[in-house]
Write a protein that binds this ligand. Structure first.
Ligand SMILES: Cc1ncc(COP(=O)(O)O)c(C=O)c1O
Length: 397
């Protein structure tokens, strides 16, 4: 075999078949509404773009320090204070090529082969693959719609073994939109306090897209802060997915390890993006509030309309821009002799018959759910959900 065991064992994106079908339909002139997107449909705000243009003019065209420019790390340090009440000095911060690289850095630096990593499930797709790349063993702690997709402290504690090294979660969560409350986070902090061999990665990339709840950082529980890696970035809150800026705040020894690891892979991320990120982070967060407000309006529209569809069970997502209906009641139904056996079948059915693309929950460790992104215009959302409703009505027992 030519390719490594590592790559052969890595999961391929499960959305490829859907993307292909979607392209085919579009090529035929069909108006496909894409509700499978994992990124804001907004463009990057102008004041951030201006900073990038200036950086080009000012010749920011050379290598930056691996961990990012000092003044960017100072701006992140200030941001942590301002938004999260966290103290991270610039040498406890590493800027990377998207939060994705921040995550793989931290996982590669902490996980030894055979170490167990507890992943709150439903999870963001890449956590599992990253743990596997580090030859760790993912341990899934599952929570369904009936518990707002949030595992209880008892469930988490029951998954702990002497081999547990790390736990990973996102709040606000992709794919469920759930947001952990202060009380829930304090229970997680209490577990970490009780088991001093365990570290936590708190992925806070959606922190600016929170509705009724307030975003709380796990690291704000000071007694466990030295075992928490806070992951964040500009992709979601600032509509900057293509700019590739993510970062961690972590204890110095872990930040130094991530710096060393990144130094052998990619070095410092794009210098123009780093200069733009300084402008973004120094601005008052109210500058980006219009996106949160739009997502909030859309969330309400989407929840109202989806809850009228028979067979859809919903939680009320308090953040991010996804809803994650449990559709298990629809599995086993038929359309013109074809059985809908899995959520992947359902997503394909919705694409073919409603011309709406969604993502099967399998990708997120929840085979009875589908993910619907509401990073789309209100008109498209209303149209898409009425098409989904109509298609679901056509399913027969
Ligand atoms: C929960 C979560 N973490 C991390 C990322 C990666 O973000 P970035 O684009 O900054 O690499 C994503 C992107 O979809 C995400 O949803």
């Amino acid at each position: 075999m030519t390719l490594s065991k590592r790559i052969n064992e890595l999961n391929e994106s499960q959305t490829l078949a859907m993307a292909r079908k979607s392209r085919e339909l579009k090529a035929k002139g069909v108006h496909v509404i894409n509700l499978s997107l994992g990124e804001p449909d907004f463009d990057t705000p102008d004041f951030i773009k201006e900073a990038a243009k200036k950086a080009i003019e000012d010749n920011y065209s050379h290598y930056s320090p691996v961990a990012g420019y000092l003044d960017l790390r100072e701006a992140i340090s200030e941001k942590f204070k301002r938004d999260n009440h966290l103290e991270y000095t610039p040498d406890e911060i590493v800027v990377s090529t998207g939060a994705k690289q921040s995550l793989i850095n931290a996982i590669m630096c902490l996980v030894n082969p055979g170490d167990e990593v507890i992943i709150f499930t439903p999870y963001w797709v890449s956590y599992t693959s990253m743990v596997q790349l580090a030859e760790g063993v993912p341990v899934f702690v599952k929570a369904g719609v009936e518990q707002d997709f949030k595992p209880t402290a008892d469930q988490i504690e029951a998954a702990i073994s002497p081999r547990t090294k790390l736990l990973i979660f996102s709040s606000p969560c992709n794919p469920t939109g759930s947001v952990l409350t202060y009380e829930e986070l304090s229970e997680i902090a209490e577990i970490l306090r009780k088991y001093p061999h365990i570290y936590a990665i708190s992925d806070e990339i959606y922190e600016h897209i929170v509705f009724e709840e307030k975003h709380i950082s796990l690291a704000s529980f000071s007694e466990i802060k030295d075992r928490v890696i806070t992951v964040n970035g500009l992709s979601k809150g600032y509509a900057m997915t293509g700019w590739r800026i993510g970062y961690i705040g972590a204890p110095k020894r872990i930040a130094q390890a991530c710096d060393k690891f990144q130094g052998q892979f990619t070095s410092g991320t794009c210098t123009i993006s780093q200069r733009a990120a300084i402008a973004a982070l120094k601005a008052d967060p109210s500058e980006i509030g219009y996106m949160r407000e739009a997502f909030y309006r859309r969330r309400n529209i989407v929840i109202d309309l989806l809850s009228e569809i028979p067979g859809f069970r919903l939680n009320l997502p308090k953040g991010a821009f996804y809803v994650f209906p449990d559709v298990s009641k629809l599995l086993g139904k038929h359309y013109m002799g074809n059985k809908i056996s899995t959520t992947e079948d359902l997503c394909m059915y919705l694409l073919n018959h409603a011309h709406v693309s969604t993502v099967s929950g399998d990708a997120f460790g929840a085979s009875n759910c589908i993910r619907i992104s509401y990073a789309a215009s209100e008109n498209d959302l209303i149209d898409a959900i009425s098409r989904i409703h109509e298609a679901v009505n056509k399913l027969k027992d």
